[in-house]
Every structure is written in C-alpha cells, then in structure tokens.
Design a protein around this ligand. Structure first.
Ligand code: SF4
Length: 70
C-alpha cells in the first residue's frame, strides 16, 4: 500500500504549515502554496514519514490536507 498526500486547493490558503512540518516531502511554491519536492500532484509519503505526514494533516488549519492510501 502506498500513502500519498492530497491537497484540496479549494480550501488551502497557502499558509505553509504543512511545508514546515513535512519538509522532506513538501516545499512552498512562489506563492506559499505546498508543492511536492518530486513534482507529483499527489506526492508519495516515504516509509518512516507516515506519522509526520499524519501530524501535518492534523495541523492543517483549514482541513485542506489528507492522506490517500492506494
Ligand atoms: S497547512 Fe493546509 S492550508 Fe496550510 S498550506 Fe498546508 S494544506 Fe494549505
């Protein structure tokens, strides 16, 4: 099973909390919105970072971030 991060762009306001908490996977774009370091629209959460990813999801103030498992 692969865990990915999904950002709801209709809800995200680009405050950047998630990029600070999960800098291994996310980086801010020029406008402060989170984007994947690997360029993927739904970046894979590497093994060992699932807990950090869940923490970032839990800390998103606008509930714009979620984990997708497939
Ligand atoms: S924490 Fe949530 S609202 Fe803030 S940049 Fe990340 S996804 Fe967007």
């Amino acid at each position: 099973m692969v865990t990915r991060l999904h950002v709801d762009w209709t809800a995200c306001d680009g405050r950047g909390t998630c990029t600070e908490l999960l800098e291994e996977v996310l980086v801010e774009d020029d406008w402060g919105f989170p984007t994947a370091r690997d360029g993927s629209p739904q970046p894979v959460v590497p093994e060992g970072l699932e807990q950090a990813a869940q923490h970032a999801v839990d800390r998103c103030p606008l509930l714009a971030l979620r984990l997708v498992r497939d």
